[in-house]
Structures are given as structure tokens and as C-alpha cells.
Design a protein around this ligand. Sequence first.
Ligand code: TGC
Ligand code: FAD
Length: 392
Amino acid sequence: MATDQFQSPDYYLMDELLSEEHKLVRDTTRNWVKKEVSPIIEDYAQKAEFPKQLVKGLAEVGAFGPYIPTEYGGAGLDQISYGLMMQEIERGDSGVRSTCSVQSSLVMYPIYAYGNEEQRMRFLPKLASGEFLGSFGLTEPNFGSNPGGMITHFKDMGDHYLLNGAKMWISNAPFCDVAVVWAKSEEGRIHGLIVERGMEGFTTPETHNKWSLRASATGELVFDNVKVPKENLLPNKSGLGAPLGCLDSARYGIAWGAIGAAMDCYDTALRYSKERIQFDRPIGGFQLQQKKLAEMITEITKAQLLTFRLGQLKNEGRASTAQISMAKRNNVDMALTICRDARQMLGGMGITGEYPIMRHMMNLESVVTYEGTHDIHLLITGMDVTGLNAFK
Ligand code: TGC
Ligand code: FAD
């Protein structure tokens, strides 16, 4: 890939709304991405391989558990700092951001929020430092948008639980050290269990031939009579609301992350439009190309404002599930549209790995589906404003 010349668009002077700490977190992450992610990511995406060497650096910039208290190894930052980090990391690649979302919001968060003190002390510092990588098993082959129907289940055997079933489409599954797995008890109640690599009957086959999120490993979690110690059950919350609560936090990070991917495509297209000459003029001088750029910066700016306000609400503990859904849905859709327009602006060059646009676009085809599809988020908004459930 060409040298990373990224310059962040800030049309409405959003920087003035950020604290010194926010700017420090953002700039540190941005510099790290320029130095460590941009030079290698295209290669790893082409090879369909997760760049494991990034794990240590991600831990060092605080991207594993940014808002988890420092006593458990987290960075103890606020929600806007968390969002800015996800924005910068996804500016590098959605797959790398995925690893951080899963680690922070889908593995560390449930252990922190639903676990006991012994579980927190046992797992969180190792997850924060990257010594352990985690995965989150909610989706099953026949239960994606409707996770409440899951069939993975566990039986109380007296001194342990016996876990059976399978999860599909699980980020980081092939190399995770621990998995937070959602399964039904004999009474049909959903609980979270911490399953550890090495437990007999637990396997994690990789899913191959993806055209999207190629630098992120995806796989299955298969449980064949896995004996899970009783102390690995998350005791403090059960029911579908428990995994959905984790999704609120991850979806919030994705809303910020998608802005990063959009900013990278806009910035690339803007620079290209000033350099590329056709009919003796830079293509940026043609009205049709300016229309694309003007719409891109407008949509990015709207998404920045939406997300910043959501961050304030999240800091105050007032962000609702439906508000988070709106931001995830809007921002991912916005980013995909920008990627597609930016790709066209680069003509043939847009399809090559010389530029990041096609990789972002392919990645976002997963982002628009995972953590609740585009349609599911629309239905969440629809239900919120009408009070009528159109899911079932
Ligand atoms: P519903 O009846 O609405 O709710 C069941 C119970 O949960 C409560 N609840 C929540 N609690 C906390 N936080 C939330 N966000 C909550 N949303 C709902 C609700 O109050 C109820 O509680 P109770 O006490 O009354 O039982 O559930 P439903 O079965 O009708 O489903 C609703 C629906 C469709 C919105 C939900 O299932 C959904 O969001 N589906 C999408 C599934 C999804 O997003 N899966 C993501 C899997 S993880 C992933 O994709 C990771 S990708 C990671 C990466 O690489 O970045
Ligand atoms: P389905 O639920 O079968 O949906 C198919 C289509 O039907 C969609 O367009 C959907 O919008 C539509 N639809 C469904 N229900 C309705 C309805 N009521 N009304 C209208 N339309 C509807 N899951 C995890 O648990 N952990 C992970 O780490 C994880 N990582 C992932 C990584 C990748 C790369 C991908 C692609 C997925 C990942 N997922 C993960 C799974 C992801 O969350 C699901 O793919 C997603 O929730 C959708 O489920 P599904 O694929 O089964 O689609």
C-alpha cells in the first residue's frame, strides 16, 4: 500500500469539543495505526491472515478494555475516548477494530459487569494485557438475528456443568484463549459461561474463503460434552438481556469505528481527485466529483455529531439501546456509501490494494451485518418510536 498520508477531516471543528485527554488518546492511537497497521494491513488482508503481532501494541495503547477500571488492568477512560480509539483503529482496518470490540465489550465487559470478583481478577488483567485473547459466542447456525432461540445448552452435573452445542461466525474463535459463551440451562434460561482453551471437547474450526474482514479470523465454537467448572458461570446476570447488554457497548464502538473507515476513504478520494488529471484538469474540478466529495464530508460530519452526542449520553449512563442502534445503523451505512463512491472516484485504481478503499468496502459488508443487521436496527428504531414490535 502507498504511504499513509491520512489527514483527518474535521469540518465542524469537533476537536474543540474534545478534552486534552481525548485528543491525546486519539492522537496516540492514530500515530500507532500509521506506524504499525497501515504498512502491513493490505498484505495480511490479501493473505487472509490476522496480524497477531499487533496484539501487544493494541494492549499498550489501551484498546483492550479502554473503559474498564484500572484496578482490573483496563485504561479507565471515558466512553468518548473509547469511541475515538475505535474510530482510529477502524481507520486502519475494521478487522483490527473487531478484535478490540470483541476483547473489550464482548469479553471483558461481561466478565466485569456480570462476573464475580474472583473471575474479574483471574481474567481481566490478562485480557487487558493481550496475554489472553477472547471470543464471544452468541450466534448459532440457525439463530443469528434471533439469538433467543439458541439451542446450545448446559446441564448441572453436581460438581460441574456439561456444555453441548455450537456457535458460528465467531470473531477470533480460531485462536481465542477464552470464550464467553451464551447457553441455556435446563430451565431454558440463558447464562454466560467462560470456556477455556484446552477444555476437553472444545474445538474452534476456522471459517475460510471470506471476501470480507480478511485480516480478522472467524470460526466456530464447538462444544461436545465440555465439562465447565461451576466457578466459570457468570453469576450476576442471566436472560437474553445479558448478551444484549454487551452488544450495546460493542455497537456503540462500531458507530465510531465506521466513521474511521469513511474518513479514510474520503481522505484518499479527496487527495486523488486533486492529483489525477483527465481532460487536462484535476478530476476534483469536475462538478460530478465535487458532488461526491461534498456529500461525503456532509455525511461524515453528521455522523461525527451524532456519535459525539451519543458518547456524552453514554458517559452519563443515559444512552438507550435504540439510540445506539440508530448510530450503528446510520454510520455503517454512511461509511459503505462513501466507500462505494470513493472507489468510483479512483477509477480502476480503486479496485487495487494500492489504496485502502476496496478493503474498507469489503470489510463493511460484514460490519453492516454483524452486531445486528441493518434491517434489525431499523426495526429497533421502529419499535422504539411506535411501541409496536415488528420482529415477530
Ligand atoms: P426482547 O424480547 O426484545 O428482549 C429480551 C430481553 O432482553 C432485554 N433487552 C436488553 N437488555 C439489555 N440491553 C439491551 N440492549 C436489550 N435489548 C433487550 C429485554 O428487555 C428483555 O428482557 P426481559 O427481562 O423482558 O426478558 O428480545 P427478542 O428475542 O425479541 O430480540 C430482540 C432483538 C431482535 C432486537 C435482538 O435479539 C437482537 O438485537 N438481535 C440481533 C442479534 C445480534 O446483534 N447479534 C450479534 C452477535 S455478536 C456479534 O455479531 C459480534 S461481531 C463482533 C466483531 O467482530 O466486532
Ligand atoms: P439472519 O438472522 O439469518 O438474517 C438474514 C436476513 O434476514 C438479514 O438481512 C436480516 O436483516 C433479515 N431478518 C432477520 N430477521 C428479520 C426480521 N424479524 N424482520 C426482517 N428481516 C429480518 N456473532 C457472534 O456471536 N460473535 C461474533 O464474534 C461474531 N462475529 C462475526 C463476524 C463476522 C465476519 C460475521 C459475518 C458475523 C459475525 N457474527 C458473530 C454473527 C452476526 O452477528 C450474525 O451474522 C448476524 O447477527 C446476523 O445473523 P445471520 O447471519 O444468521 O442472519
